[in-house]
Design a protein around this ligand. Structure first.
Ligand code: CUA
Length: 176
C-alpha cells in the first residue's frame, strides 16, 4: 500500500518555500540595483506648523516663472484654499505648488485630470495646462471635517492674450 513519506514531503515543502523567497529577493535586488527602480524621489517636506513662514507658502498666489509658465502657490487649511480664486491664461504651463497647513486635504478639478492629495508636511507639485478658457472648480476630495463639502476654490482660465486679467490677481492676497 502506498504510504506518504512525511519527512520527505516536509523537506520538499521547505525547499519550495526557500526557493520562492530566494526568487523574490533576487527579483527585488535586480530591480533595485540593476534596473534602478525605486519609490518616488525629490519629495519636498516642510514643517507643517510653520507653513505661513516657509517660502513659497509665505506668499500664496500666482507667479510668472517663464514666458508661458506660471506657478500657483496654494495653501489648504480647513476649509479654504488660499488663494481661493486665480485668473490664469489658457494654454500656459501651470505648476501647482501646494501644501496643507492642518489636516489632509485633496484637490480635484472636475473636467480635468487634476486629482492631488495635500498632506501636512509635504509639498505637492503638479504641472498642467488648461487648454480651454472657462471657470474651473477646485474641490477638496479628502474628508477634512465638518466644512469639507464647502471647501472649494475657483480658477478662471482666460483666453491667451488676456494678460491684464491675470496680472491683476498675480500678487499674493493680503491677509490669510
Ligand atoms: Cu479639505 Cu475636505
Amino acid at each position: 500500500m502506498f504510504r506518504l513519506d512525511w519527512p520527505k514531503l516536509e523537506a520538499l515543502w521547505m525547499k519550495v518555500s526557500l526557493g520562492t523567497m530566494a526568487t523574490f529577493l533576487v527579483t527585488i535586488g535586480v530591480m533595485a540595483f540593476g534596473m534602478d527602480v525605486h519609490t518616488a524621489d525629490g519629495r519636498q517636506t516642510i514643517d507643517p506648523t510653520r507653513v505661513d513662514e516657509t517660502p513659497p507658502f509665505d506668499r500664496p498666489g500666482l507667479y510668472r516663472i517663464g514666458p508661458d509658465a506660471y506657478r500657483a502657490v496654494v495653501v489648504a487649511r480647513v476649509f479654504t484654499f488660499n488663494p481661493d480664486h486665480l485668473v490664469l491664461p489658457a494654454g500656459a504651463r501651470i505648476e501647482f505648488v501646494m501644501t496643507s497647513a492642518d489636516v489632509i486635504h485633496g484637490v480635484s478639478i472636475p473636467g480635468t485630470n487634476v486629482n492631488l492629495m495635500l498632506i501636512p508636511g509635504q509639498v505637492t507639485t503638479y504641472t498642467t495646462t488648461f487648454k480651454r478658457p472657462g471657470e474651473y472648480l477646485l474641490l477638496c476630495n479628502e474628508y477634512c471635517g465638518i466644512g469639507h463639502h464647502l471647501m472649494m476654490g475657483r480658477w478662471t482660465v482666460v483666453a491667451e492674450g488676456g494678460e491684464s486679467a491675470w496680472s491683476a490677481s498675480s500678487t499674493a492676497p493680503a491677509g490669510r
